[in-house]
Design a protein around this ligand. Sequence first.
Ligand SMILES: Nc1nc2c(ncn2[C@@H]2O[C@H](COP(=O)(O)OP(=O)(O)O)[C@@H](O)[C@H]2O)c(=O)[nH]1
Ligand SMILES: [Mg+2]
Ligand SMILES: [Zn+2]
Length: 294
Amino acid sequence: MNSLNGKIIRGVGGFYYVVSGSQTYECRAKGAFRKEGLKPLVGDDCRIDVIDEAAKTGNVTELLPRRNSLFRPEVANVDLLLIVFAVKNPDPSLNLLDRFLINLEKEKLPCIIAFNKEDIDSEGLGEEYVGIYQNAGYDSMLISALTGEGFDELKKVLKGRTAALAGPSGAGKSTTINRLFGDSVSATGEISAKISRGKNTTRHSELFMIDEDTYILDTPGFTSFENRGITEADLWKYYPEFSEHEKNCRFAGCSHISEPDCGIKSAVEDSKISSVRYDNYCKIYAELASRKKY
Ligand SMILES: Nc1nc2c(ncn2[C@@H]2O[C@H](COP(=O)(O)OP(=O)(O)O)[C@@H](O)[C@H]2O)c(=O)[nH]1
Ligand SMILES: [Mg+2]
Ligand SMILES: [Zn+2]
């Protein structure tokens, strides 16, 4: 039987679609990894046995070691997350964004935050959002998937990497992918035909090739995000902009909520830390603290 290396680009209803060279094989998971409780993820590199070369069917027999994996979105082997929130329609929940960022800090995965729909932002809200997150140390930018604003820069940062999209549904993730493909349709004609077909909601993660070394993963949107494995006492550690001010707290183990002489609170008063970020910190802190009681 012919055995090949491939990459899982899609998983739907127990089938895994594996690209190997210029071919895509429809596979079932048959490997020993299933006994270890491992489930194939989009982005996984794997071995497959070809069952029928003409029908392009096979079995996934082995999952190759992962560089990393994320639970939400459920993906493997990504270099960075491209987080897309709309400046409006729908209005962004920065609380949701912060929860997501906390998780990425925990997983030590880099990200870019793109505020989309710049073309309908007559109030300049996007500038404000970008400012908040740049100040917190994140690469953030204003884009419009409709007009192409910001896409030269976006393409530059994505080049040569595998990025997974994340963000609430309706933010413009699929439209962003469509725009990233632009004129490079010929090389990936089959794949892009598949995306443009779907004006509809993305239900499954799917990996797209922008060029031979650049991949992007479209993922379903999310409207809530629960931070697992984080205690309220550690929460501040997942805020990159807090670290330089924390040494000014009078008390060791300061929660940065109610103690006097708190370096974080005075940085908020001096506008060195965004009050939006801090307010969400307090909300998430309270939630994590109350969760423990159950
Ligand atoms: N005005 C405007 N609308 C956009 C932009 N990007 C996406 N949309 C629209 O927003 C809606 C949701 O887009 P979609 O890409 O499906 O969002 P997803 O759920 O995040 O994948 C669609 O009606 C898009 O046409 C943009 O930059 N500007
Ligand atoms: Mg979508
Ligand atoms: Zn403090």
